[in-house]
Design a protein around this ligand. Structure first.
Ligand SMILES: *Cc1c(COP(=O)(O)O)cnc(C)c1O
Length: 349
């Protein structure tokens, strides 16, 4: 399949001149910076934040490049994965004309970003085993289909999509295929990162919000070919990742062992919790999960949800979502939290 960024991206995006910041025009090691109208005295804080941050997060990308094995020029960093999702709509989809495919039940932000940008969303439900419906997908694609979002492992179902199905889409679709791997650290499946060099139309999204335990710092990563990354950098706000986040994430990434250990514990706890949940009389089904949560089909899910709220335990009621009737999504907590959840549910049944 021929991939041409010039044909795929919106003409206004290709033609526009990006904002050129002071820090962009001069990035040498001068001593006196009087070019950006910053406050030269400092900040009323123990650390100084008076200077604008690095717009392209060079140091942070070098570090992420080492961890992920992806060249820095193939990395985009955003204010959460959500920024990357929004940018892809703005770069590739002409409002009121183009469309994007999503496969519910799945992450809600794809559709929210589409709506904000006045882009048509075509919903093609997963099959009853939560896999891609390739035939329906093929029939829904037309000349205005620019983006396809595949969430794997999928939120809220927890399963990974069949690798072969994803490859069929990558090999046959001319637009951009986004694989959202927010939960990849918990998965037995391999990341698609190794396939980046193979597919110029592939964008992989990962995040520091889950396995890395840094949701509050807001750092999402997108990995893609240079033409796509360059457009994302062109369109993003110049200073999208603040100095505090860049510094804190850089030091957090030095400590890879702790998140790895939490991930191992989470996977063990998930298997244990799945067994305990399955043994409850109210449980109809515990779905297989490659993520840090379980989707559980429970008799009277809404009542169970409300009972848990009264016991100070909050899970996510997904029972109004397609293919998820009577289902709760339960994040794996600490061993003690999981124990309290099971004890509360045993008292209920
Ligand atoms: C949690 C989650 C994200 C993470 O979003 P951030 O904006 O990076 O916090 C992305 N995709 C999916 C499917 C998620 O569940």
């Amino acid at each position: 399949m021929e991939f041409s960024i010039e044909k795929l991206a919106r003409q206004n995006i290709l033609k526009m001149t990006p904002y050129s910041s002071a820090r962009h025009e001069y990035d040498g090691d001068a001593m006196i910076f009087l070019d950006a109208n910053e406050n030269s005295f400092g900040s009323p804080l123990p650390e100084n934040y008076n200077r604008y941050p690095d717009p392209l997060q060079v140091k942070l990308k070098e570090k992420i490049s080492l961890i992920k094995g992806v060249p820095a020029e193939n990395i985009f960093l955003g204010n959460g994965s959500d920024e990357a999702i929004d940018l892809l709509f703005r770069i590739f989809c002409e409002p009121g004309k183009d469309n994007a495919l999503v496969f519910p039940p799945t992450y809600g932000m794809y559709e929210v970003c589409a709506s904000v940008n006045d882009v048509e969303i075509r919903n093609i439900p997963l099959t009853s085993s939560f896999q891609l419906n390739l035939e329906a997908i093929e029939n829904s694609i037309d000349n205005n289909t620019k983006l396809i979002f595949i969430c794997s492992p999928n939120n809220p179902t927890g399963n990974s999509m069949n690798r072969y199905d994803i490859e069929i889409i990558l090999n046959n679709f001319n637009g951009v295929v986004i694989i959202d791997e927010a939960y990849i650290n918990y998965s037995k499946q391999r990341s698609f990162i190794a396939e980046l060099t193979e597919y110029p139309n592939l964008v992989i999204m990962q995040t520091l919000s889950k396995a890395w335990g840094l949701a509050g710092l807001r750092l999402g990563m997108a990995f893609a070919g240079k033409p796509v990354i360059n457009l994302m950098n062109k369109v993003k706000y110049p200073y999208n990742i603040n100095t505090a986040t860049q510094m804190l994430v850089l030091s957090a990434l030095e400590n890879i062992d702790t998140p790895n250990e939490w991930t191992r514990i989470t996977v063990t706890e998930k298997e244990q919790l799945a067994k305990e949940l399955a043994s409850l009389t109210i449980t109809q089904k515990v779905y297989p999960s490659d993520a840090n949560f379980l989707l559980v089909k429970i008799t009277g899910a809404r009542k169970v949800y409300e009972y848990l709220v009264k016991n100070s335990i909050i899970v996510r009621d997904r029972s109004t979502i397609i293919l998820c009737d009577d289902s709760l999504r339960i994040t794996i907590g600490t061993p003690n939290e999981n124990k309290q959840l099971i004890e509360a549910l045993k008292r209920y049944s």
